[in-house]
Ligand binder design. Structure first.
Ligand SMILES: Cc1cc2nc3c(=O)[nH]c(=O)nc-3n(C[C@H](O)[C@H](O)[C@H](O)COP(=O)(O)OP(=O)(O)OC[C@H]3O[C@@H](n4cnc5c(N)ncnc54)[C@H](O)[C@@H]3O)c2cc1C
Length: 396
């Protein structure tokens, strides 16, 4: 079989991999992107990812440069205010963080994941130098000094300068490179679903804390003429399994109780999906001719909208290095620079989110300061490093 040759192979066509293909393709690199599972691009199809992603300001700029934002802007709901509510035994404690205090733009924009896949696949179709091969996966790679030979699940091989592992938390690329991970488990799961409510959300994202984990409402466009929000509800695994098995009426009653009726009665308007919650960090971000990005490199609980936003930072760093010295694509100097630049930020944020999640599980009022500092750091109200250092979390 004739061996195909390209600049970059991206393993993984999740949101991170598709974004990587658009970004490197727009910058003029030849890209082959593979994924054994073709993307589901409608909201009501089986297997559709009904989560939403809140893209923070820097992510929006990156999406714009990759030619993606003009596909997405019309569907994005701005996040103007981040609200944290602690439901204690006595009065609720509410803190508001308004994006207007730091810039003219909102903190970020919320978009459904299935819609991201649809629009990203559409963008790739505009790029003749991007070869998207859904239904085909990565199986192994052999790194040589000047290229890597990647073997695909259909038996074909591709020679490439750089292999990007964007193939998720179980990353076959990472395993094939022999890179180990550190995993932290909480016994926690997240339930995700969409609700309508009587009260308008006014582009406010609200995190409601009690114990067990946060209940977060993130604004979406109106649904059937009513205000609508995406919910991420984190609890211990057994409780999530119980909630997921309730009939719709009983589930709405439980969700109303947990939201303390802050938005009025909630009406379920989507199916519910369950996500296991872990933190995970890869011991190395690179191997010969290989760079890990996104969940292949780091996984975090969904607090502070960090996961995919950090992934876009990985991509932005890799892209800057590639564009600065295209002849060094995938060479040791480029990969070393990537690891050096990204590892401290990844470690800091994984450590910070781990602490915030443990605080949320404990539900202790003493943890309110931690949450305030955390939110200030994560949404750019104060420098991340300074805020997390004040909390003793600044592992550099
Ligand atoms: C409940 C929840 C809410 C979240 N909310 C936010 C948020 O608001 N903001 C935010 O920034 N982040 C959020 N995150 C995190 C975010 O969803 C993840 O960071 C993101 O979805 C992971 O993207 P990924 O592309 O790295 O991984 P995945 O989506 O897991 O994609 C990996 C892809 O690799 C493919 N693959 C597997 N094996 C192979 C192979 N052999 N070869 C090639 N491809 C392969 C898989 O089929 C898959 O398509 C949330 C996470 C959860 C759980």
């Amino acid at each position: 079989m004739k061996r195909h040759s390209t600049d970059i192979v991206i393993a993984g066509g999740g949101v991170a991999g598709l974004t990587a293909a658009a970004a490197f393709g727009t910058a003029g690199f030849n890209v082959t992107i593979i994924d054994p599972t073709p993307p589901v691009t409608t909201g009501d199809a089986a297997g559709s990812d009904l989560r939403t992603t809140a893209f923070l300001q820097p992510a929006q700029q990156f999406l714009e440069a990759a030619g993606l934002w003009n596909h997405l802007a019309a569907f994005a709901t701005p996040l103007q205010v981040m609200r944290i509510v602690d439901i204690g035994t006595e009065a609720h404690v509410t803190r508001n963080f308004n994006a207007a205090d730091i810039s003219e733009l909102p903190f970020g924009w919320n978009l459904p994941n299935w819609l991201l896949r649809r629009e990203m696949v559409a963008r790739l179709a505009d790029l003749p130098n991007v070869d998207f091969r859904p239904g085909i996966g990565f199986t192994q790679m052999l790194a040589r000094s000047d290229e890597a030979i990647v073997t695909l699940s259909d038996g074909s091989q591709v020679a490439t300068k750089l292999l990007i592992g964007a193939d998720g938390r179980g990353s076959p690329v990472r395993q094939s490179a022999g890179i180990d991970v550190k995993t932290m488990r909480y016994g926690q799961k997240a339930l995700t679903f969409a609700v309508t409510h009587d009260a308008p959300h006014d582009n406010v994202s609200t995190e409601i804390h009690r114990s067990g984990g946060p209940f977060t409402l993130v604004p979406l466009p109106d649904h059937d003429g009513k205000p609508c929000s995406a919910v991420v509800w984190m609890e211990q695994g057994a409780e999530v399994n119980r909630l997921a098995a309730l009939d719709d009426d009983a589930f709405e009653t439980a969700a109303n109780d947990r939201s303390a009726f802050l938005y009025g009665p909630l009406k379920l308007v989507s199916r519910r999906s369950v996500w296991p919650i872990i933190s995970q960090i890869a011991h190395d971000l690179t191997a010969p001719r290989t760079a890990l990005v996104a969940e292949a490199a780091h996984v975090m609980p969904p607090i502070g909208a960090q996961g995919l936003n950090m992934s876009l930072r990985d991509l932005s760093c890799l892209l800057d290095l590639a564009v600065a010295q295209p002849d060094q694509l995938g060479a040791p100097a480029m990969l070393d620079a990537y690891a050096r630049k990204r590892h401290p930020d990844i470690k800091l944020r994984v450590t910070g989110i781990d602490a915030l999640n443990r605080a949320s599980i404990a539900g202790s009022p003493a943890m309110q300061t931690l949450r305030t500092k955390g939110i200030e750091a994560l949404y750019g109200v104060a420098p991340v490093r300074k805020s997390l250092m004040q909390l003793g979390l600044g592992a550099g």
